[in-house]
Design a protein around this ligand. Structure first.
Ligand code: GLA
Length: 397
């Protein structure tokens, strides 16, 4: 869906009335994760980048103590009083926004009533963090307008907004997700990926320049089913693995603090084969992230691609969160001439793949993978040549 700020402002006034003059625009981006999958909640390293696909919000302070929410692609209209935000927990749509407002207030932010219109270009449920995009778009809008109304001039702490976004998913929406998506959406930087240590929230930006190559995203268009319950199941399996290893490796606070060598020494203590497989993925995936970053620093794109493929094998066979659609798409991707890496990205159970494709083969890639994927799954996929953008912010026209 395209993004035209003038049209969005008009649409806002159709819904809420008033003039366009005092409207403000904010953006919370989606993200792609290059490598480091399903290890953020195990204190691992991840390597995401913010996308130019985003959740855009048109907003206006309303003078009431109410949050009013609308979206361009949904009929839902929500109004929640700022002192009754918890009641929005059960909403089909609007719970993310209300949850963010709730946790902002609990953390001491002073909010004001705002009318908001959301417009999402991150395809929903596609593994590109449409929910984190909405959370961070909401957070930056409410904090900016709330601070202004209360004469607060201190700079916004974007990392704190990311943490509160994660808290919303964990405690308001019932998904035990890690910090990666919200962090990438809050802290993204144009043309850079973020090496984030999820145990400490220390981070480093690395230029994402792949000479002669493009990062192409493939959307399987397979909607995640059972995604959230399976996701939480993986989180518990990792917690179980950690509990067992801690008996032999006291002082390890998270799975990614265990080195591959330590794991090899004690892996047989994990008797449950499924749990052992999950932990094997986590520990080696963490190691791969650092190797991938090293390869990128040396401009060794081939090695980077090899690690992406290895990561995909691991998440498919050991972590088991892919499924027929993602597996078909990655298998077809890697067959295209010149492609050096392809893997699923995000939570899995459907959603998107990330692919490193030679610039002059992008069209061929889209046609060939598109055709072969459609033949095998009956689903018509979508492709996006990704643009790496900035994190959540106000858009000044
Ligand atoms: C989802 C979660 C993230 C992360 C990824 C998998 O996107 O929100 O916290 O766990 O899955 O890497």
């Amino acid at each position: 869906m395209s993004k035209n700020y003038e049209e969005l402002k008009k649409k806002f006034c159709e819904i809420y009335g008033g003039s366009e003059e005092d409207l403000r625009i904010f953006s919370g981006p989606g993200r792609v994760n290059l490598i480091g999958e399903h290890i953020d909640y195990c204190g691992g390293y991840v390597f995401p980048a913010a996308l130019s696909l985003d959740s855009t919000v048109v907003a206006r302070v309303n003078g009431d103590n109410v949050l009013r929410l609308a979206a361009t692609d949904l009929p839902d209209r929500v109004a929640v009083k700022l002192d009754e935000l918890e009641s929005a927990k059960t909403l089909r749509w609007g719970n993310y926004q209300a949850g963010v407002a709730y946790f902002l207030q609990n953390a001491g932010y002073k909010l004001v009533g705002v009318d908001m219109l959301f417009h999402d270009t991150v395809p929903l449920g596609s593994g590109l963090s449409s929910s984190a995009a909405i959370e961070l778009a909401t957070a930056i809008s409410l904090v900016t307008l709330g601070n202004e109304a209360h004469g607060i001039t201190k700079p916004v702490d974007m990392v704190e907004l990311a943490v509160l976004g994660q808290k919303t998913e964990n405690e308001f929406c019932g998904v035990s997700c890690g910090i990666m998506d919200q962090f990438a959406s809050a802290m993204g930087k144009k043309d850079h990926a973020i090496l984030l240590d999820c145990a400490t929230l220390k981070y480093e930006y690395l230029p994402l320049k792949l000479d002669g190559y493009k990062i192409v995203l493939g959307n399987t268009k397979k909607k995640r089913s059972l995604g959230e319950s399976k996701y939480n199941e993986r989180v518990s399996e990792c917690a179980e693995g950690l509990r067992i290893l801690q008996q032999y490796l006291p002082g390890k606070n998270n799975l990614c603090a265990v080195t591959p060598a330590e794991f090899e020494q004690y892996k047989d203590k994990i008797e449950n084969e499924v749990v052992r497989k999950r932990v094997t993925h986590v520990i080696y995936e963490n190691d791969r992230v650092l190797k991938a970053v090293d390869a990128l620093k040396k401009n060794d794109i081939k090695e980077l691609g090899r690690l992406l493929v290895e990561a995909n094998d691991s998440i498919r066979d050991l972590y088991e969160v892919t499924g027929k659609e993602l597996d078909t798409m990655t298998a077809e991707a890697i067959k295209v001439e010149g492609v050096i890496g392809a893997r699923m990205t995000g939570a899995g159970f459907g959603g998107c793949t990330v692919n490193i494709v030679p610039e002059d083969k992008v069209q061929l890639f889209i046609e060939q993978v598109g055709r072969n994927y459609r033949e095998q799954t009956g689903i018509t996929p979508e492709f996006y040549v990704s643009e790496i953008g900035d994190g959540a912010r106000e858009i000044k026209l």
